[in-house]
Design a protein around this ligand. Structure first.
Ligand code: CP
Length: 320
């Protein structure tokens, strides 16, 4: 694997899942693979889980890690081609990224969408420029439209918790939120689950919250949350802002919060969320504090997902 930006970079999802689970059993299985290699983690937006789990994963492979919070620690970056830089930005990405490529063997990058310009966000304007100018393998730590490390973690967690011989029913349900959030976790989850092709997959959301079709091909989509939740084995809860009316919050849908009574017709469903979660807005305390909730385990699995991805990238680069 030469980079990890989306599921399209992954030749075999199941191989990556199995590798992650092997690291979970033995974290130091390949403890010298990254010796004398350095990873830079660039954050243009905040993070707790992604930042810490990727650091731990890289260290378990023997790498050194440097974290750089672009907005706080460094100069404000300019990304516009041909910009006349008389505003607040101090350094152009085409000057900064090649230097980062000299310091680091692998770079992890987190960017978020502006949620104002759909074309710019869905072209992954910021991430693509870093890929273009850095000249070393890039791992997405969440981008404007996708969160592949999260989705890999989610599949690992589902596989660990489903032991029956049939396919699990997985439901991605929209949840309310107080802010307009990106579509990236939902896009990515839909993309990975459909390509993994080992589940019956239903997406439910209020009218107007349709995701981009290229990510949801193969999923059943319904506006009826009750119907969607029937017989579910896993319920993945996430808010996202509208894609069509781009970045908008379309009214009050507080009745979409996941509560215990909504789970009564599921197949004793396990509850997932990428975190951070707004308690009693997205999911009730009762659900989050119950045995059904996988959210802590899911977040803990971020280490193994990051370690599997990094391991594949280090192995591929050592063969060049
Ligand atoms: N789920 C997730 O990406 O969490 P952080 O924003 O804390 O990294």
């Amino acid at each position: 694997m030469k980079q990890f930006i989306s599921v399209e970079d992954v030749p075999d999802i199941q191989h990556l899942v199995n590798k992650a689970l092997a690291y979970k059993i033995n974290p130091y299985l390949h403890s010298t693979l990254g010796n004398k290699k350095r990873m830079g983690l660039l954050f243009l937006n905040p993070s707790m889980r992604t930042r810490l789990s990727t650091q731990v994963a890289a260290q378990q492979l023997g790498m050194e890690v440097v974290v750089f919070n672009v907005g706080q620690d460094g100069w404000a970056l300019e990304f516009e081609e041909g910009a006349i830089m008389q505003g607040h930005t101090v350094e152009h990405i085409k000057d900064a990224a090649p230097i980062l490529g000299k310091y680091f063997n692998v770079i992890g990058v987190r960017t978020f969408p502006g949620l104002h310009n759909k074309e710019e966000d869905y072209a992954e304007f910021y991430l693509q420029q870093i890929i273009h100018y850095a000249g070393v393998p890039i791992i997405s730590l969440e981008s404007a439209t996708l969160h592949p490390l999260q989705s890999l973690t989610d599949i690992i967690t589902i596989q660990e918790h489903f032991k029956e011989k049939r396919k699990p029913k997985i439901v991605l349900t929209w949840a309310p939120h107080i802010k307009a959030l990106p579509q990236c976790v939902a896009n990515s989850f839909a993309q990975w689950i459909t390509q993994w092709n080992q589940a019956d997959f239903v997406i439910t959301h209020p009218e107007g919250y349709e995701l981009a079709e290229n990510f949801t091909k193969g999923a059943i989509i319904t506006h009826n949350q009750t119907e969607a939740l029937q017989d579910a084995d896993f319920v993945y809860v996430k808010n996202w802002s509208a894609y069509r009316e781009y970045g908008k919050v379309l009214g009050n849908h507080s009745n979409w919060m996941l509560t215990m009574d909504k789970l009564q017709h599921t197949n004793n469903a396990k509850i997932m969320h990428c975190l951070p979660v707004r308690r009693n807005i997205e999911i009730s305390d009762e659900v989050l504090d119950s045995q059904r909730s996988l959210v802590t385990e899911q977040a803990a699995n971020r280490v193994w997902a990051a370690q599997a991805v990094l391991s594949e990238i280090l192995t591929a680069s050592s063969h060049e």
